[in-house]
Write a protein that binds this ligand. Structure first.
Ligand code: DAK
Length: 261
């Protein structure tokens, strides 16, 4: 599958690396890029061998500097609705991927870029990363789920402060407020992502998927029901070859050979 504004590579077995690749516009999301993202995510979703997806931006400066303002300024209401639907689809599709999705934020993650990063399962930031929801500067509120995902990640008060002031947050503050899980030197970001991806790819694939499913869907339930949900997924794992292999390998003191079934 070929793309104009993205690169989709498989640097290692089971590991996909998706790069937003419009560095001349700081990787801003235009309609064509959103369409390509939908196709790229569908490709990963359709690969039973996929274990993890890393998402990053091309160039030194930006992860994604937001939705493409040049393109957006001329949208009719009808086109704005299509654009919005397309952006929402991308965020939901990313979240719905059964494998872990990690954003490697290498620079500006603003507006739709911050929203894209937050739709990933977690964020590793370079020390040059800058996060923000500057939409109010343009006379619009965030529109790709930013108000909702930011408040769930950093809490209502911090989210409101950031969304209403458009204040930008550097990597160290993003770490302190729980927006990112880790900060690494810019030159080490890709390798840091690959190390985590490799570690996930070596685990029981079904177990990883079930764990993601439990965390993701369980958080929308009350604790008692979420624990019932977890129990059913836990029991399901005992119907897999991977559970047999994982435990047999432990008893036999060897490395497990998971088949993903
Ligand atoms: N869109 C289009 N082009 C952009 C861009 C963007 N968001 N951000 C940067 N660029 C382009 C610049 O225009 C410039 O292009 P040339 O002039 O070279 O042709 C090039 O990238 C380099 O940018 P700068 O020259 O500005 O670089 P600086 O280092 O000086 O500044 C910056 C970097 C990131 C601080 C600055 O570029 C900046 O403030 N960019 C805009 C950031 C921003 O406001 N982002 C939020 C966009 S609004 C919706 C749902 C969601 C959304 C919209 C609608 N619906 C429900 C309908 C989402 C909205 C947003 O994301």
């Amino acid at each position: 599958m070929s793309f104009q504004n993205l690169l989709l590579e498989q640097p290692e077995p089971g590991v996909y690396l998706l790069t937003l690749n419009r560095p001349q516009a700081l990787n801003a999301l235009n309609a064509a890029t959103l369409d390509e993202l939908t196709r790229a995510i569908a490709q990963v979703a359709g690969d039973a061998g996929a274990r993890v997806l890393l998402v990053t931006g091309a160039g030194e400066k930006a992860f994604v500097a937001g939705a493409d303002i040049t393109e957006m300024q001329a949208l009719s209401a009808e086109q704005a609705q299509a654009f919005s639907a397309s952006g929402m689809r991308v965020m939901h599709a990313l979240e719905a991927l059964p494998v872990p999705v990690i954003a490697l934020v290498n620079g500006y993650a603003l507006g739709g870029g911050c929203e894209l990063a937050m739709a990933c399962d977690w964020i590793i930031a370079s020390d040059r990363a800058v996060f923000g929801q500057p939409e109010v500067n343009l006379g619009i509120p965030p529109g790709f789920g930013g108000t909702q995902r930011l408040s769930r990640l950093v809490g209502r008060a911090r989210a409101l402060e950031l969304v209403t002031t458009a204040r930008q947050v550097k990597a160290d503050e993003a770490l302190a407020i729980g927006l990112v899980t880790r900060v690494v030197a810019a030159a080490e970001l890709r390798e840091a992502g690959l190390v985590v991806a490799r570690s996930i790819a070596a685990k029981g694939p079904v177990a990883v998927r079930l764990a993601k499913q439990a965390v993701q869907h369980g958080q929308d339930l009350d604790l008692a029901n979420a624990c019932v949900y977890e129990t059913s997924l836990f029991a399901l794992a005992f119907a897999t070859a991977d559970q047999k292999e994982g435990m047999r390998a432990f008893v036999e003191k060897r490395v497990p050979r998971f088949c993903g079934e």
